[in-house]
Design a protein around this ligand. Sequence first.
Ligand code: DX5
Ligand code: ZN
Length: 220
Amino acid sequence: MTAPIIAPSILAADFSRLGEHLRQAANADWLHVDIMDGHFVPNLSFGADIMKTVDKLTDQELNVHLMIEEPGKWLDTYVAAGADAIIFHVEAVEDHVALAREIRGKGVKAGFSVRPGTPIEPYLETLNEYDQVLIMSVEPGFGGQSFMPEQLDKVRTLREYIDSNGLDVVIEIDGGINADTIADAAAAGVDSFVAGSAVFGKEDPAAAVDQLRELAAGAR
Ligand code: DX5
Ligand code: ZN
């Protein structure tokens, strides 16, 4: 197993001093960019123009989490804005495999996400079409919510399937990850941890990233 990946969500960053705040998390592995459209989720965040700015301010890999309807219409926009990985919600599309292939065809990594109420079993047989799977451990739409531990059953199912089939797919978790919850997620088999408030909500984001990484590594 590779070292745990820590992916701070810029949703929790201070946009009045974005460059400085992002630099304070420069020791993180990836950055997680939450795009919300006010339809798929009942909240708005920011769009591709802000993401372009983030791309200029950092060298980190940008993972775009599209919480939007009709994600397929926006692929070129987010690729042009600097996406290294595009993650869409299976609940928002008819043919998820076709979309995954389209994303990979554009030279970026493909991922899918499931809301807490969406089962993972129907997607296991198509995992080879993906680079990562994002398990939501809160209802998507807002940062700062409480972790839903029962979502770890999906992680265990994925871990077992991925390992027994020799697949190369990153299991990522998003929502309520902090110093109290990350160990359980790591023990269940998560590879990559999205954390918003537990990184950018802290006085010292770099120290928070290091602490989360250590806690995750110690629990695996
Ligand atoms: C929620 C977003 C998350 C959010 C996580 O819809 O997908 O990425 O920013 O925030 P925390 O870590 O504060 O729960
Ligand atoms: Zn997210």
